[in-house]
Write a protein that binds this ligand. Structure first.
Ligand code: ADP
Length: 469
């Protein structure tokens, strides 16, 4: 089956959060099953071309007086097509967060579809991801009806971001102004995600619980629309890339974990020594807590701040890996970092740092995931694989993956008091027999993409049946 993903992220070429991991993990699993996969993404200036095997320019495209180059190669075995507009839209230092994001990513969708039309090979499934590539759904059906697509699948990774924007510079001339492309609260503005949801033949989201929540309280205004399409909406838990996240072979670890998971503690100790030296905290026997996250409202920043203080006041150590683009929030974390500047037990790391994340998962004892809502969440699964116990707010994918007292500790309402109580439980659990049991159980769980990819494939087949390609 020919499956084409249009995406704004693909690990390791362009990754901001879980989306990049999901597209690469799912694509690799589907390739292993013998499917024909192509991933199309923008050629950001930040992409390291050396990571792409046999990378060459294959074509030039021109639409509405704008030009782009088409590049192809293989990233970690995945066939990739990179679209490089000659304009400055992707010649920036960041992937998102630009004022003209809506224009940038709709331009990408336009070029991507024009390229697919030019190639002309029928597509069984066109899988779009979030608002960033959602515009390709109305575009394909309204402007390119002759492009043979069996089914359009829109995957909802996070309803919070919908691409609400002014129509000028986005809608091509003559594009039908269908009411369902426009935002309900701001009717003069487009809502790109709404278009992606309305035109899709199948909607997937990244955990079964989130699939329910977005039809109720976490649909960010699209609850009604999603409810009306509920028979097309399926929640499939994300997997993790078990080759990249393998504690028995991870090149970023100082000490690898044994296959039989017996001397996990010795490995943790060795990694902790390396981590402590690297970030400049004191090597100690205290429980080490961490939080590895984007610092945005969704992730419960107020709870993270309270949690860090609670851990430090009660005799633990804390390492925060928090990538941040929101100035207001960053200020609060800066203030806390300053307060603990002299502390031998705390380290604040405010950049996205993949190698450090690997080492921290391997060295820590506990990880905080107090998200207000969480579509799936990868950090809790990665942590479990490295013998680190998650403390989670039981919502979305966190509720689907963490069972209190079995592989983690969970709480039901996102308040500082509840989180602090859960941290107290972690202190009590630390180095007990029960703790060991939970580590063993967590490390043995199967989060591979294999199972989830099978479900995607089954649904893809159904979605493409109407007009098989
Ligand atoms: P989201 O996609 O909402 O950001 P997920 O839990 O699904 O959250 O995925 C987060 C991914 O990004 C994980 O792989 C995590 O390890 C990684 N990550 C988040 N923040 C950082 C950081 N500051 N440094 C390194 N990796 C990070």
């Amino acid at each position: 089956m020919r499956i084409v993903h249009l995406t704004s992220e693909l690990s390791p070429l362009a990754k901001v959060g879980g989306l990049g991991d999901v597209v690469s993990g799912l694509s690799k699993a589907l390739l292993k099953k013998g499917e024909a996969i192509e991933v199309i993404l923008p050629f950001y200036d930040t992409i390291e071309a050396t990571l792409i095997e046999s990378f060459i320019k294959v074509d030039d495209l021109s639409i509405d007086g704008k030009e782009a180059e088409i590049w192809q190669g293989k990233s970690d075995h995945i066939p990739v097509t990179l679209i490089a507009p000659l304009s400055d839209h992707f010649k920036r230092e960041t992937i998102y967060g630009e004022k003209d994001d809506a224009e940038r990513f709709t331009l990408f969708c336009k070029f991507a579809l024009a390229y697919l039309v030019k190639v002309g090979t029928p597509i069984a499934i066109l899988n779009l991801h979030d608002w960033l590539t959602s515009f390709a759904a109305p575009l394909a059906r309204e402007i390119y009806p002759n492009l043979s697509i069996g089914g359009i699948v829109t995957t909802l990774h996070n309803l919070c971001y919908q691409g609400v924007c002014k129509p000028d510079k986005v809608l091509p001339a003559g594009f039908p102004k269908c009411p369902f492309l426009f935002d309900t609260a701001k009717p003069k503005y487009l809502n790109l995600l709404k278009g992606g949801i309305t035109y899709a033949d199948l909607l997937t989201t990244v955990s079964p619980t989130y699939a329910q929540e977005i039809q109720r309280e976490w649909g960010c205004g699209l609850e009604g629309l999603l409810k009306s399409r509920s028979e097309k909406l399926v929640g499939i838990l994300n997997g993790i890339d078990e080759e990249i996240w393998d504690p028995t072979s991870d090149p970023y670890l100082k000490l690898l974990m044994p296959e039989d998971r017996r001397s996990v503690h010795a490995a943790k100790k060795g990694n902790r020594a390396a981590l402590s030296a690297q970030v400049g905290i004191k090597l100690s026997e205290k429980p080490l807590f961490t939080c590895i996250t984007r610092l945005v409202e969704q992730k419960g920043p107020e709870l993270i701040l309270a949690g860090i203080e609670h851990v430090l006041e009660n005799g633990g150590q804390f390492i925060l890996l928090g990538s941040s683009s929101e100035k207001k929030l960053k200020k609060k974390f800066d203030a806390l970092a300053e307060k603990y500047e002299e502390s031998p037990d705390a380290h604040f790391h405010f950049v996205f740092d993949e190698p450090l994340a690997h080492l921290t998962y391997a060295a820590a004892d506990f990880i905080l995931v107090p998200s207000l809502f969480e579509p799936c969440g990868l950090t809790q699964m990665l942590a479990l694989r490295y013998g680190t116990i998650p403390l989670v707010h039981s919502v979305g994918g966190l509720a689907d993956t963490i069972v209190d007292g079995e592989n983690g500790l969970s709480f039901n309402s996102p308040t500082a008091a509840e989180l602090e109580r859960t941290i107290d439980r972690a202190f009590q659990l630390f180095r007990t027999e029960k703790h060991e049991e939970m580590i063993q159980k967590g490390m043995g769980m199967d989060w591979s993409w294999e199972k989830s990819a099978e479900i995607y494939l089954h649904l893809y087949r159904k979605a493409s049946l109407s007009t098989p390609a």
